[in-house]
Design a protein around this ligand. Structure first.
Ligand code: ATP
Length: 311
């Protein structure tokens, strides 16, 4: 668990992070979202002491990070940044092995860990272990960057716009993979993004920042349905908001008794997909695999928040 208490960073007279407090539970993902210059990166870097706070404390599992030497702290905390930051003259395997090597793990254990991670990220070890970073696609480099951050099994992973350089299609896939992996490993994750869509896709909790201040901290559905300030509302974007709400729930949440003609939709599909299917096929009722139906009328209610499917 990470407890951030009254954390402030000032450069001369300028306060770039202003009295921020928030808690990230073990095994959860917190997404820090906000406009450029709102202090997200500074807040993130105060967690692993790449930036020293002016005041306030960070506790990791109850220990004040100020009492841990920064280099020791940073070996315990994975860190992945935009553009992945791979060492260009080291192989994929050597890149992933960076922290285990620093920690002087036995050779055989390092080799096994590298292969295990490559497999986890769907990169065939025999094919990729000895390649150089420039011999990989952008998406593959990104996966290696995240694998490297996870190599020494950190209980905590910090990511700064890790998918910023990826095109939208790969990005959605990368988010999905990260989410699945994080669930599997139980890693606690704090991720910085300027993209509310990404924050909603990944975050168990979203922290909205503006001008160094934390405006709102809560689960995605709360941020979307009850934005605390006009700024949060603007960041969500009125136009996209209904679709984001629908992305949060699945057809299973909305299924009702009945029958309808045409191809059925799986219960695990998102309500956004169900709406797209209704509009695409011109149907007002969709049968659901395994029984029941979902109706366009109910989807519309959910999109406006009237029928909050998440409750
Ligand atoms: N070392 C520094 N010295 C002085 N000012 C700094 C320093 N580092 C950051 N700042 C300022 O602090 C503010 C917050 O920066 P920060 O990088 O945390 O924002 P951000 O929300 O991550 O922005 P972005 O999305 O553009 O990366 C900015 O105005 C920045 O210019």
């Amino acid at each position: 668990m990470i407890e951030i208490r009254n954390l402030t960073k000032r450069y001369d007279e300028t306060t770039v992070v202003d009295d921020v407090s928030l808690t990230v539970e073990t095994g959860q993902i917190a997404a820090l979202v906000g406009t450029s210059g709102s202090g997200k990166t500074t807040l993130l870097r105060m967690i692993n002491r790449l930036v020293e706070p002016t005041s306030g404390t960070v506790l990791i599992d109850g220990t004040d990070t100020a009492t841990i030497a920064p280099h020791i702290l940073r070996r315990r905390i994975g860190y992945a940044i935009q553009g992945h930051g791979l060492f260009p003259h080291r192989t994929v395997g050597q890149n992933i092995a960076t922290v285990p090597t620093l920690l002087k793990w036995p050779e055989a254990e390092i080799r096994a860990r590298v292969d295990e991670l490559l497999e986890l990220f769907q990169l065939d070890p025999a094919q990729f272990r000895d390649r150089m970073p420039h011999e990989l696609s952008g998406g593959q480099q990104q996966r290696v960057g995240v694998a490297r951050a996870l190599a020494a099994r950190p209980e905590l992973l910090l990511m700064d716009e890790p998918f910023g350089a990826l095109d939208p299609v790969i990005r959605a896939k990368a988010q999905e993979d990260l989410r699945a992996l994080q669930r599997q490993l139980g890693t606690t994750l704090v991720i910085v993004t300027h993209d509310m869509e990404e924050a909603v896709a990944l975050g168990d909790r979203i922290a909205v920042m503006d001008k160094g201040r934390l405006l709102q901290y809560g689960p995605p559905d709360e941020i979307l349905t009850a934005p605390a300030t006009p700024f949060v509302q603007a960041l969500i974007g009125e136009g996209e908001r209904p679709f984001r709400l629908l992305s949060l729930s699945t057809v299973a949440d909305l299924v009702q008794p009945g029958e309808a003609p045409g191809p059925a939709i799986p219960p695990e599909a998102s309500l956004r997909d169900a709406l797209a299917e209704c509009l695409w096929s011109g149907r007002e009722l969709l049968p659901v695999e395994g029984g029941g139906i979902v109706t366009l009328a109910r989807l519309r209610e959910c999109a406006t928040g009237a029928g909050a499917a998440t409750t």
